[in-house]
Design a protein. Structure first.
Length: 373
């Protein structure tokens, strides 16, 4: 009898332990279905689950494997665990962790320096692609200022393929580069704004790739100090792009030796239509633009999402729609820019693009809630 009692106690403890299995609880506070990355500090994650860098994350109920990335942010050791989760409106997920090696999968984000094309820096995910211009382009007849957008309709990464083929201004089934930047801020860049005039900086001088996929790519562009309007200004832009998203997160660090605050604008290039499809939402701090069909290449939507800054909308500029604000020294300035192409088939109208931008802004304000249990 004693043996039987002992066995029953052990069995009961085992059942209780299984029932109390450690997990990641994720809840969606919004009415939108969402696909995005959640971030968990690596040290907290490994301590909680008793793992190192080799593990698999699964749905507790179905056993479905969720993709993850160890985010290093330029450090030698992981800083965060990123998990890509699809979650329904007001939904909840419970994920568990095992010490099994996670299955491999193709990278969904990528960035690189492009010395073969005038110091371009290009980046992409499985939805969109962008580039910034480098020093070698300065002074040329084809010099441009802001951020360029490449219209994709494939989930494949195309940057290397398109540059190698050098024919990316034509659509060969994957998309093309037909977006025109010129002397504008393009698809959502930032510039200084003195005396009600845009003051473009020189192009970036150095780059640092902090993470390069498979689910998030982050890099830093550094601009050399310049004296503009008798003010010496230095800045960096740290840009990250997540798999499955139309948007970049842009973190600007700016230092002005002569003033504590610096006026800036973020902007979207405008085309020449008489009645543009554009909308500024003062409450959400979003600017949404749906370009006309250009040379039968399709419609591009561009957008800006600001966070806690005071914003003034300026629509009187001939070449671009602008949002004016200020950056304080030693305080990071965060905003988001994004784009969509109707021929990709997912967002095909101004109304759909407005809804997508509104949802994205709400997701920034109401992030997914993550708890380790």
């Amino acid at each position: 009898m004693k043996k039987l009692i002992s066995y029953m106690v052990i069995s009961s403890a085992f059942v209780g332990s299984a029932w109390a299995q450690k997990s990641i609880s994720i809840t969606n506070p919004t009415d939108n279905n969402r696909l995005e990355l959640v971030s968990i500090p690596f040290s907290k994650f490994t301590k909680h689950f008793g793992v190192d860098t080799i593990f698999t994350i699964k749905d507790q109920a179905s056993g479905k494997v969720y993709l993850h990335q160890l985010e290093k942010l330029g450090q030698s050791q992981p800083q965060n665990v990123l998990v890509q989760v699809p979650i329904s409106s007001k939904g909840k997920l419970n994920l568990v962790v095992s010490k099994d090696k996670a299955p491999s999968f193709p990278s969904k984000t990528y960035a690189r320096y492009v010395p073969e094309r005038f110091d371009d820096f290009a980046w992409e995910n499985d939805v969109v692609a962008f580039r910034m211009y480098g020093k070698a382009l300065e002074g040329r007849a084809d010099d441009a200022q802001g951020m360029d957008y490449w219209a994709k309709r494939t989930e494949n990464l195309v940057v290397n393929k398109w540059y190698k083929g050098d024919d990316y201004h034509k659509d060969h089934g994957e998309g093309l580069d037909y977006y025109s930047v010129g002397q504008t801020l393009g698809a959502g860049d930032i510039a200084l704004y003195h005396n009600n005039t845009i003051q473009f900086t020189k192009h970036y001088r150095t780059y640092q790739i902090l993470d390069n996929g498979p689910l998030r790519t982050t890099f830093k562009l550094t601009f050399e100090p310049q004296t503009i309007e008798n003010q010496e200004i230095a800045l960096t832009k740290t840009i990250s792009i997540d798999a499955g998203q139309n948007f970049n997160k842009i973190v600007v660090d700016l230092n002005n030796k002569q003033a504590n605050k610096t006026p800036v604008v973020v902007g979207l290039a405008k085309r020449n239509e008489s009645k543009p499809e554009v909308e500024f939402d003062k409450d959400d701090k979003t600017l949404v633009y749906w370009e006309p069909n250009i040379n039968d290449a399709g419609h591009t939507g561009t957008a800006l999402v600001l966070t806690n800054q005071k914003v003034q909308y300026i629509d009187s500029n001939e070449k671009q729609f602008l949002l004016k604000t200020e950056i304080s020294n030693n305080k990071t300035f965060v905003y988001y820019n994004g784009a969509a192409w109707n021929k990709a088939g997912k967002i095909t109208s101004f109304g759909q693009w407005e809804d997508a931008v509104e949802d994205y802004a709400e997701h920034i304000r109401k992030p997914l809630k993550v708890k380790l249990k």
